[in-house]
Every structure is written in structure tokens, then in C-alpha cells.
Ligand binder design. Structure first.
Ligand code: ADP
Ligand code: ADP
Length: 220
């Protein structure tokens, strides 16, 4: 489902964010991407999410070579992947409900269908009753739930999240990982970048460890 073959990514001269990265992820896997700050985790996730292209090598996602996709095809790949970046960019001038509704409107769902799907997604992440609140009025954990609802509402086959528990205490972090597990249980391939070793110890069955741009498999 995801395959990196000799992938390099540099940002201009001298900043080699990823160096000869090779790995495969099968459909339905649940795995963590670990590593210190600056190691290259975000770069890795962005390449999977079609938000950037490799400098060298091949990134295949859903059978497509991300680096070779014509620009007009990229939005379709992005829709197949739910992305939760570190800065969630929730819209604070909209309600929680509208934040989840928008991706459905953008992809052309009818208002009735969009509404019912948004409601289902909000329910699945445990935010029922908080639909009308602005994101700013939600706790850190609930903001993450909202970001997850928005990322999964178009039913992506792959869900990637960059440090989704970074600002949460351990109990809240565990509950957020449980939300990801729920989507994984219904078949969504899930990758979570984190440097939280306690979470990894509790949940990981597979870890890709990134250090200075190089990726190795680690036993959890
Ligand atoms: P992590 O997510 O593990 O903290 P990143 O993938 O964000 O790591 O960064 C890996 C390296 O690439 C770092 O040295 C970082 O400074 C650099 N980097 C990331 N994004 C950019 C960018 N847009 N321009 C220049 N350098 C970048
Ligand atoms: P509905 O059919 O009313 O949308 P479901 O229980 O089938 O209700 O799904 C609830 C929500 O779960 C969906 O609207 C969607 O946002 C989310 N979801 C995302 N990805 C998946 C998936 N692969 N399988 C099931 N549900 C998913």
C-alpha cells in the first residue's frame, strides 16, 4: 500500500532530510514513526500524503508513484489519505461541525449526505454534543478528535498523523491513540509519528525509527 524505494529528500543545498529510505507498509497496518525532533518524521509523512515529492527515488502510495503524478492528479491522491499535520489548522471562525463538513462539501457531496456523514464522523471520534462549539472552545484532546474527524470524513484508506498527542497528558494521549485504533480496526492503514516512548511501548506492533534522515525497523 505504501512503498519507499531509495528515497532521498533534500531541502535546498545541504539539508538532507531523508537519505536512502526503504520500507513497505501493507494495507491495514498500524504503525508508529519514531525519532527525535528534526530527524525527518514530518518529511516522511508529507511524502506519503502527497504534500511533497521526493528529490530522488520512488514513493508509491495506493499503487501510484507520487513523484510522477501530474499536478492535476495530486488532489485525488490526497483525498485517499487522511492527513493530520502538527498544526491542525482548525477553522476557529466555524463550528466543530462545519470543520468536519467542509471536506465533504469540497468533494461534492450533497448537503444532506454531507451532514449525515459529518455527524457519523463526529460521533465516531467521541465529540457528540460538542458540534456547535468553536475549536478554540475545545480541550486539546477534543481538538485532536476534531482533526481526526475532519481527516477521516472522506473515508480515506490511509490515515497519517504527525505528533497528534504532542500537547496532551498521558491519559489523553492514550485516549487519542484509541480513536486511531478504532479506525484501524475497520481497515484504515494508520501511521502515527511520535517521540513518546510510553505510547510506542503500549501500542506499537511495528515501529519505523528515523534518525538523521535514515529509517530503520525497530522492535517495539
Ligand atoms: P521531524 O518531523 O522529525 O522533526 P522534519 O522532517 O520536520 O523532522 O525535518 C527534518 C530536517 O529537514 C530538519 O533538519 C529540518 O530542519 C529540515 N526541514 C524540514 N522542512 C524543511 C523546509 N521546508 N525547508 C528546509 N528545511 C526543512
Ligand atoms: P455512515 O454510513 O452513516 O457514514 P458509518 O458508521 O459507515 O456511517 O461511518 C461513520 C464514519 O466513519 C464515516 O462517515 C466516516 O467519516 C468514518 N470512516 C472513515 N473511514 C472509514 C472506514 N474506512 N470505514 C468505516 N468508517 C470510516
Amino acid at each position: 500500500m505504501i512503498e519507499f524505494q531509495h528515497v532521498f529528500k533534500s531541502y535546498g543545498r545541504g539539508v538532507n532530510a531523508l537519505t536512502d529510505v526503504n520500507f513497505r507498509v501493507a494495507a491495514g497496518e498500524f504503525l508508529f514513526v519514531s525519532g527525535a525532533s528534526g530527524a525527518g518524521k514530518s518529511t516522511l509523512l508529507k511524502l506519503i500524503g502527497g504534500l511533497d515529492t521526493p528529490s530522488r527515488g520512488v514513493v508509491q502510495v495506493n499503487g501510484q508513484d507520487v513523484g510522477k503524478l501530474p499536478p492535476r492528479a495530486r488532489p485525488y491522491l490526497r483525498r485517499a489519505i487522511g492527513v493530520i499535520l502538527q498544526d491542525a489548522h482548525l477553522l476557529n471562525d466555524r463550528s466543530a461541525f462545519e470543520n468536519v463538513l467542509l471536506p465533504l462539501i469540497v468533494t461534492g457531496h450533497s448537503p444532506a449526505q454531507a451532514s449525515s456523514r459529518a455527524r457519523a464522523a463526529i460521533d465516531k471520534v467521541g465529540l457528540s454534543g460538542k458540534e456547535s462549539l468553536r475549536p478554540i472552545a475545545l480541550s486539546g484532546g477534543d481538538q485532536q478528535r476534531l482533526a481526526i474527524a475532519r481527516a477521516i470524513v472522506n473515508r480515506p484508506a490511509i490515515l497519517i498523523a504527525d505528533e497528534p498527542t504532542a500537547n496532551l497528558d498521558h491519559d489523553s494521549a492514550v485516549r487519542i491513540v484509541e480513536v486511531f485504533r478504532d479506525f484501524n480496526r475497520v481497515g484504515v492503514t494508520t501511521l502515527i509519528a511520535t517521540h513518546d516512548q510510553a505510547l510506542i511501548a503500549a501500542y506499537a506492533n511495528r515501529v519505523l525509527h528515523v534518525a538523521a534522515g535514515q529509517v530503520t525497523e525497530r522492535k517495539p
